[in-house]
Ligand binder design. Structure first.
Ligand code: DNO
Length: 360
C-alpha cells in the first residue's frame, strides 16, 4: 500500500505540505484544483503548477480527489455531451502529468451529508455527526430554505458553493430521476469516458454515496456490494474502478466493510479508511480510526489488505477535531495523522506476521 493524505491546496487549507511531511510513511498527496468550477476543463498549465508544487516537497501527486461530475450529466440533460467532452479532456490533461487515479462521485446535488460538524464526543473532542431522525423528518422546503440562506463561505469538500443559487431548481429537476434513471445516466457517462481513461492509463474510482441510502427523496446508486456488481456489469473495464470508503459505505449496518474490502480490493486503486459508530436508530458519528471505537473492523480490513499485498493508495479519512485545532471540518492534521499511524502499525504487524509465518 502507499499512504497518502488529502490536502486542499495553498489557498484552501490550514495545513501545509511541510506539516504533512512530518507524518511517517506518507508519500502521496491527494489533491484537486478546488477553485475550478464544476464542468470546466482542468488546463494543463494549472495542473502542471500544482503537481510541480506537490512534487517539489517530495510527494507524488498521483491521486486526484475529486473531478466533480456536473449535475447535468447526472440528470442526463442536453448539455451533457459537451460536459462529458470537457471531462474527457481533463482526464487526458491529468494523465499527462502522471495522475493514475481520479476519485469522483455520482451523488445527486449533495456530496457527503452531515447534520453537525462539531458533535461532542465523550473524550472531549468533536466530530462529524449524522442525525438520522433529523434528516428523515426534514421537510424538503425547510431544507431548501436552510441551504439557500447558508453563508456563501460554505465550502465543503465536494460541495460547489454555486449550487446554493440553484438549489430549488435542482430539487425540481431530480423529481423525474429515480434510481433506474440515475443508473442509466451513470452508464451513459461511464461508457463515454472509460475508453479515454483506458487510453491514458487512468483509473476512474467512484466514491460511494454518503450516507449509503436515499435522503431528501434523492436517488442513490452506489450503496453496497450489489451496486458494485451492477457497475461492473455496465462496464467491466479495469479502469471502471472504485474508491473503497469504509466510513461512507459502512454507515449502513447492512454493509460488512471487511467482507467488501476482501471481495473488491482488486477493483479499488484507492481507499479511504476510517471508523464510524452507528446508533440503533441509524444516526452515526465519526470516531477515531481505532477499531474498538466504532462499528467498522479496521484491523480486519488492514489484515485483508496485507494478506493480499494491496498495492493501491490509502488515505485516512475524516478525523475528529483535537487539541483545539482549527481546521476544515473533518480535515484536521492531528487525528488524521493518528489515523495514519494506526493504519501503518496494523500494516507492519501483519506484514511481519506473514514474513515470519507465525502470529504476532
Ligand atoms: C468526504 C469525501 C467525499 C469525496 C467525494 C468524491 O470527505 O470522501 O467528499 O471526496 O465524494 O467525489
Amino acid at each position: 500500500m502507499e499512504m497518502t493524505f488529502r490536502w486542499y491546496g495553498r489557498n484552501n487549507d490550514t495545513i501545509t505540505l511541510e506539516d504533512i511531511k512530518q507524518i511517517p510513511n506518507t508519500t502521496g498527496i491527494v489533491w484537486a484544483l478546488h477553485e475550478k468550477p464544476v464542468g470546466a476543463v482542468w488546463e494543463k498549465e494549472e495542473i502542471k503548477e500544482e503537481v510541480e508544487y506537490i512534487e517539489s516537497h517530495g510527494f507524488n501527486a498521483k491521486v486526484v480527489e475529486s473531478v466533480n461530475v456536473h449535475e447535468s450529466i447526472k440528470l442526463g440533460n442536453s448539455e451533457r455531451d459537451e460536459l462529458i467532452e470537457n471531462y474527457k479532456q481533463t482526464i487526458e490533461n491529468l494523465a499527462e502529468y502522471g495522475v493514475e487515479v481520479i476519485c469522483y462521485n455520482f451523488m445527486p446535488i449533495f456530496d457527503w451529508t452531515r447534520t453537525d460538524m462539531f458533535h461532542p464526543l465523550e473524550d472531549g473532542s468533536t466530530a462529524l455527526y449524522f442525525d438520522y431522525e433529523k434528516v428523515k423528518n426534514l421537510d424538503p422546503k425547510e431544507l431548501i430554505e436552510t441551504v439557500s440562506s447558508a453563508s456563501k463561505n460554505l465550502t465543503m469538500p465536494g460541495w460547489e458553493p454555486e449550487k446554493l443559487d440553484q438549489i430549488s431548481e435542482l430539487f425540481e429537476a431530480y423529481k423525474d430521476i429515480d434510481e433506474e434513471k440515475l443508473w442509466e445516466n451513470f452508464a451513459y457517462f461511464i461508457n463515454a469516458i472509460i475508453p479515454t481513461a483506458e487510453r491514458c492509463g487512468i483509473k476512474m474510482a467512484i466514491h460511494p454515496d454518503d450516507p449509503p441510502y436515499s435522503i431528501f427523496n434523492l436517488p442513490k446508486i452506489i450503496t453496497g456490494a450489489d451496486s458494485y456488481e451492477r457497475m461492473f456489469e455496465i462496464n467491466n473495464s479495469p479502469n471502471n474502478a472504485i474508491t473503497l470508503c469504509t466510513g461512507s459505505m459502512g454507515a449502513s449496518k447492512d454493509n460488512d466493510m471487511a467482507e467488501i474490502a476482501l471481495k473488491y480490493h482488486e477493483h479499488a486503486p484507492f481507499m479511504h479508511i476510517r471508523n464510524v459508530r452507528i446508533s440503533e436508530n441509524g444516526s452515526f458519528v465519526e470516531t477515531s480510526h481505532f477499531t474498538e471505537d466504532g462499528n467498522i473492523d479496521i484491523a480486519q480490513i488492514m489484515k485483508h489488505l496485507s494478506d493480499a499485498d494491496y498495492k493501491g493508495y490509502i488515505r485516512p479519512d475524516h478525523g475528529r477535531h483535537l487539541w483545539n485545532e482549527e481546521c476544515r471540518p473533518g480535515y484536521g492534521l492531528y487525528d488524521r495523522a493518528l489515523g495514519i499511524m494506526y493504519l501503518n502499525g496494523l500494516w507492519d504487524a501483519y506484514q511481519l506476521e506473514k514474513e515470519s509465518g507465525k502470529n504476532v
